[in-house]
Every structure is written in C-alpha cells, then in structure tokens.
Write a protein that binds this ligand. Structure first.
Ligand code: HEC
Ligand code: HEC
Ligand code: HEC
Ligand code: HEC
Length: 238
C-alpha cells in the first residue's frame, strides 16, 4: 500500500507546522543576511508568499501516481548542494580563493542554497538551507500556492482550479538554470540545457501529454548550446 492512500488523514497533521507563524530559524538568517548577487534573480520568481521549503511540497507532489517528484529531487545533486560545500573538495576549492568556510561564504552559498539574499521575513519557519537547491529555486516562493491548494484539497470532489498568477511557476527556460550553471562556478562544466534538463525532469503523470507534445518539450535548449551545435554539425556532415 502506498503511504499516499493515507493522505486525507496524514495531510492535516503533517501540514500543521507550516500553518503556524513564527520567526525564521537562525540558519536561514545566515543566508538571508547576504542581500546581494544571485538573490535578485531569485526574487524575479518571487510572488507575494514566503519560501516554505521542499518538505512542504511533499504531501502533494510525491507518490507513484504523482510522479514521485519530491523523492526524485531528494535523490538529486540539487538536494545535496549545501552538504557539498562541507566536503574536503569544497574546502580545497574555497581555500584557493581565500575562503575559510564555504558553508558560510556568500561566494559559495549564492548558488548552493535556495532563497539566497532574500529578506528573512520572506522565509517561513521550517525552511532549511541544508536542503540546498530546492523546489522554490526554480518554482518561486510557494506559500501562496500552498495555501490555495491546501484549501482546495479539502473540497474533495472539485477538480483543481488553474494555477493562479501568485502561485508557483513551471517554465522550461534555460535562463533559470544558467544563473547558477555558468563560468562563475569554480567547477563549471559545459551546460547543455536539453541534456541536463533530462537528468532532472519530473513530469506529473496526471497531466496528459501526447508523444508529440513531449518531444516538443524535450527539444528546448539554449540557442547557442555548444553541445547541440556540435551534434548538429556532425549530423549535417554525414
Ligand atoms: C496541498 C497540496 C499541494 C501542496 C502542499 C503543493 N502543491 Fe504544487 N500543486 C498542487 C496541485 C493540486 C497542482 C496541480 C494543479 C493542476 O494541475 O491544475 C499543483 C501544481 C504545481 C506546479 C505546476 C504549476 C504549473 O504552472 O504548471 C508546480 C511547479 C508546483 N505545484 C510546485 C509546488 C511546490 C514547489 C510546492 C512546495 C513549495 C508545492 N507545489 C506544494 C498541490 C499542492
Ligand atoms: C541556485 C543555483 C542553481 C540553479 C538555479 C540550478 N542549478 Fe543545477 N546545480 C546547482 C548546484 C550547486 C549543483 C551541484 C550540486 C552538488 O553536486 O552538490 C547542480 C547540479 C545539477 C545537476 C547535476 C550535475 C552533475 O554534474 O552532477 C544537474 C543535471 C542540474 N544541476 C541541472 C539543472 C537544471 C536543468 C537547472 C534549471 C532548470 C538547474 N540545474 C538550475 C545549482 C543550480
Ligand atoms: C555561479 C554559481 C556557483 C557558485 C558561485 C559556486 N558554485 Fe559550486 N557549483 C555550481 C554548480 C552549477 C555546480 C554543478 C557542477 C556543474 O555542472 O557546473 C557546482 C558544483 C560544485 C561542487 C561539486 C563538484 C562537481 O564537479 O560537481 C563543489 C565541490 C562546489 N561546487 C564547490 C563550490 C565552492 C567551494 C564555492 C565557493 C567558493 C562554489 N562552489 C561556488 C555553482 C556554483
Ligand atoms: C532545478 C530546477 C527545479 C527544481 C529544483 C525543481 N523543479 Fe519542478 N520543474 C522545473 C522545470 C523547469 C519544470 C517544467 C518542466 C516542463 O516544461 O515540463 C518543472 C515542472 C514541475 C511540475 C509540473 C510537472 C508537469 O507535469 O507539468 C511540478 C508539479 C514540479 N515541477 C514540482 C516540483 C517540486 C515539488 C520540486 C521539489 C521537490 C521541484 N519541482 C524541483 C524545475 C525544477
């Protein structure tokens, strides 16, 4: 039996911590203190709600029938991005740049955590920077979405309403990745959007898509992607 069949009972209880209001924990203050750099980009995706953290998405975006989105993310490099900054490899890179502790330096945190540079007031209790590059990095602050969908989940027989303007966004846009996957990263590797997106793709099977629609979606890449260019030249040369 999938744990999700318990959802109606589990939901209310599990969500309670997120419904209580309170000051942000010290760990988030440390990150939010740096109101510079990539923070501006993060804010571009920011709606009126606060950042609530990946755990708050799990109840509704996990389980076989929903595409196991939370667990796929949790097993990905993005979820480990903060932990990576504590490794000997990270410390070595940092030392070379005169940085003592990468887990405390804005020069590393800006791309290795979510909501970097955001005002602590915009970060809700329960959000953990330890969770690295989380859902809200790409989808925007989730509080408003959470509220709307939580309310709707109580009205069992109603189909979900369309995603509102102030909720989360889901756009397949290379620009949203390149703000971190670029030459400013000390370990930068060539970034082919098409290829890397395939590695983290997490579609919801409840959304019906034809093979054609899927293929079109998966064609998206940066116009100047060197890898795609090389592949095209190879193909054209044959
Ligand atoms: C109470 C349930 C619930 C919670 C909690 C929840 N979601 Fe959702 N989410 C939904 C539902 C339902 C839909 C789909 C609506 C539809 O398909 O029309 C959805 C859709 C989405 C979409 C697709 C949006 C689009 O424009 O296509 C994204 C992205 C998303 N959620 C991200 C998140 C993130 C990130 C979190 C945590 C911060 C989260 N959700 C928490 C219920 C929830
Ligand atoms: C906030 C910064 C940030 C954004 C935005 C971001 N990433 Fe990442 N990404 C990282 C970091 C940091 C890592 C490395 C994490 C680690 O290994 O600890 C990573 C790792 C990855 C990996 C694994 C690569 C490997 O060599 O293991 C893939 C694939 C990936 N990202 C794809 C994407 C895609 C696709 C997007 C856009 C839709 C994106 N990322 C957006 C920061 C980001
Ligand atoms: C501009 C964004 C950015 C900054 C700043 C940044 N990183 Fe990263 N980091 C990434 C991305 C993206 C990856 C994933 C590797 C890739 O595909 O480029 C990554 C991966 C890593 C990895 C894993 C090694 C690997 O090859 O996957 C380590 C270790 C690391 N970073 C350490 C650091 C340290 C230490 C700092 C600060 C001195 C730092 N990073 C600053 C974006 C950044
Ligand atoms: C590195 C960026 C990134 C992260 C991290 C990320 N997503 Fe996404 N997600 C995307 C992109 C890009 C799309 C749009 C994909 C597309 O066009 O099909 C997407 C699509 C979605 C959708 C819509 C799926 C569909 O079938 O249309 C949902 C729901 C969703 N994400 C939820 C989440 C949740 C929940 C998490 C965290 C547990 C998460 N995402 C983490 C980038 C990300």
């Amino acid at each position: 039996m999938s744990p999700l069949s318990l959802l109606p009972i589990g939901l209310g209880l599990a969500l309670l911590p997120f419904l209580s209001f309170g000051p942000a924990p010290a760990t988030t203050d440390a990150v939010a203190a740096f109101a510079v750099g990539a923070g501006d980009d993060a804010l571009a995706l920011d709606g009126p709600g606060r950042f609530i953290g990946a755990k708050a998405c799990k109840n509704c975006h996990n389980g076989e029938d929903k595409g196991n989105i939370h667990d796929k993310w949790a097993a990905s490099a993005h979820a480990r991005a903060y932990a990576t900054l504590g490794t000997p490899e990270a410390k070595k890179i940092a030392a070379g740049m005169g940085i003592d502790d990468p887990q405390k330096s804005e020069k590393c945190l800006e791309c290795h955590v979510t909501a970097f540079g955001v005002d602590p007031k915009e970060i809700k209790k329960g959000f953990l920077i330890e969770d690295g590059v989380q859902c809200e990095t790409c989808h925007g602050a989730g509080e408003e979405h959470f509220k709307v969908r939580f309310k709707e989940s109580m009205q069992k027989d109603k189909p979900p309403s369309p995603i509102g303007e102030n909720e989360v966004h889901a756009v397949r846009d290379p620009a949203s990745c390149i703000r971190c996957h670029n030459e400013r990263s000390p370990t930068h590797k060539e970034f082919c959007f098409k290829e890397r997106m395939a590695e983290i793709e997490h579609l919801d099977p409840r959304r019906e898509r034809t093979e054609e629609e899927l293929a079109k979606l998966r064609e998206t890449c940066t116009p100047d992607c060197p890898k795609c260019k090389r592949e095209k030249e190879k193909k054209d040369g044959e």
